[in-house]
Design a protein around this ligand. Structure first.
Ligand SMILES: [Zn+2]
Length: 440
């Protein structure tokens, strides 16, 4: 492949040949003015593939239906439950296939699906107890992207509260029940299995070590929603005398495989513990602003050595440029000063660190030995016209949208060509049909 401009670890390179063998980059040769015969040609800026480290596919149904008005996180949660109530393995496959195809068009080559909608209505298990999780794995396969299924333990409706209503569909009774079911999930070439603890709201502290041990035995990622809302911190302090980070720390869950999702309301001690244990944080800025969660301490976390990754979470938008730049721009709003993260660093969050957070090593940089996950951004749209080639990465991170992406390759296979998905013919049509079947 010959690329006009390539974002590498050392800056942008011009006129670069990327050699690809069996889905892996085997050579990167800049300053090759003419495309070699037979090479695919990519005009614009080519970046590594994005990792969406935190997704709930079915929340895509809520887009545009929950943004307006004065609702809170908690009223949003009620609408989310009513959408979840109508899903079954067939409708979930159709919806997730379309949502993951939308992600592919946005340059996402790996998704971390934080999956807790396990059972049928009323909590009755399906004949295949993992029918819903397997539908998600199949959906990612059909959309041509990788998935890490973060199978989620969810046992209580709030600290000390029995699950009720739609929550019954999430409930495995106890962590051993969760582990027995999750142990039956099978990885595939495009799919890895990880674990998640929904939150300290949804899993009692004495059950968390079971999930942490399950993940540790397998060397699998372990994710959890952590301190998204002040009310969650209050409930945790009241029940356990500990912040959510301290609850996970006491469960021996904090290590480099652990990802705290959101981590919006942390104490200085929480930040220091995440830093010293090697745990990561996944920020979801477009969701956190939509739900009025707050602005997380991205600068402090980064200075403490915490690897940051990015997720689209509620699918309010699916646009990794928007998530990436929000980390810097929100930090500017929070601190009243500019220049906290370089463009290269913002891209590292959305690519190599996100891939690692999902257990995918060797993906997320354009260099020999890495998987050929490549995303090309056209620079000729009204948003990006006039881009200076040496500042192409800055233009993309601060001004591009997902719709500027022209080509996407996952492990050497082209899944988006000239802005069209090559496997899912009508992504917008499938989104409209699958969402329309669930809500008015
Ligand atoms: Zn979430």
């Amino acid at each position: 492949m010959w690329c006009e401009i390539v974002h590498t670890r050392t800056g942008v390179e011009r006129d670069t040949v990327i050699e690809i063998t069996d889905g892996v980059i085997t050579g990167v040769r800049p300053d090759t003015p003419a495309p070699p015969p037979g090479a695919a040609v990519r005009r614009g800026l080519t970046l590594p593939g994005f990792a969406n480290a935190h997704s709930h596919a079915f929340h895509r149904v809520l887009r545009g239906r929950t943004q307006a008005g004065s609702g809170t996180f908690w009223t949003w949660r009620e609408m989310m439950y009513s959408a979840a109530a109508k899903l079954d393995p067939d409708t979930y496959l159709a919806l997730a296939r379309a949502v993951y195809a939308e992600m592919a068009l946005a340059g996402i080559t790996s998704v971390g699906e934080f999956h807790y909608l396990h059972h049928g209505p009323g909590g009755t298990p399906y004949d295949d107890p993992n029918a819903m999780g397997n539908a998600l794995i199949e959906a990612a396969r059909q959309a041509g992207i990788r998935i890490t299924l973060l199978d989620t333990c969810y046992l209580t409706g709030g600290v000390g509260q029995k699950p009720a209503g739609t929550q019954l569909r999430f409930d495995d009774r106890d962590a051993d029940g969760w582990a027995a079911r999750a142990s039956e999930l099978k990885p595939a070439e495009h799919a890895r299995i990880g674990a998640a603890v929904h939150s300290v709201r949804a899993v009692p502290a004495d059950q968390i070590p079971v999930v942490a041990a399950w993940a540790a035995e397998r060397g699998a990622p372990l994710h959890a929603h952590v301190s998204e809302q002040p009310a969650e911190n209050h409930a945790s302090l009241e029940a356990y005398g500990k912040t959510p980070v301290e609850v996970f720390d006491a469960a021996d869950a904090l290590d480099p495989r652990f990802i705290a999702v959101h981590a919006t309301h942390l104490t200085d001690h929480d930040i220091a513990r995440l830093g010293s244990t090697g745990a990561g944080v996944c920020l979801c800025p477009t969701t956190e602003r939509d739900l009025a969660d707050g602005i997380g301490p991205a600068g402090e976390l980064s200075r403490a050595g915490v690897p940051l990754s990015l997720g689209t979470d509620s699918q309010a938008v699916i646009d990794m440029f928007e998530e990436a730049r929000a980390v810097e721009l929100d930090e500017r709003l929070r601190t009243g000063s500019r220049g906290h993260f370089t463009t290269a660093r913002l891209l590292v969050h959305g690519t190599v660190l996100g891939q690692a957070a999902l257990g995918w090593e060797g993906i997320g940089r354009i260099e020999a030995g890495m998987a050929a996950d490549l995303v090309t951004v056209g620079l000729d749209s009204v948003r990006l016209a006039g881009t200076v080639p040496r500042l192409a990465s800055e233009s993309a991170v601060f001004a591009a949208t997902a719709s500027d992406i022209t080509h996407v390759m996952v492990a050497g296979r082209t899944i988006v060509e000239d802005g069209q998905h090559t496997l899912v013919e009508n992504v917008a049509g499938e989104l409209a049909a699958s969402i329309g079947a669930l809500v008015e």
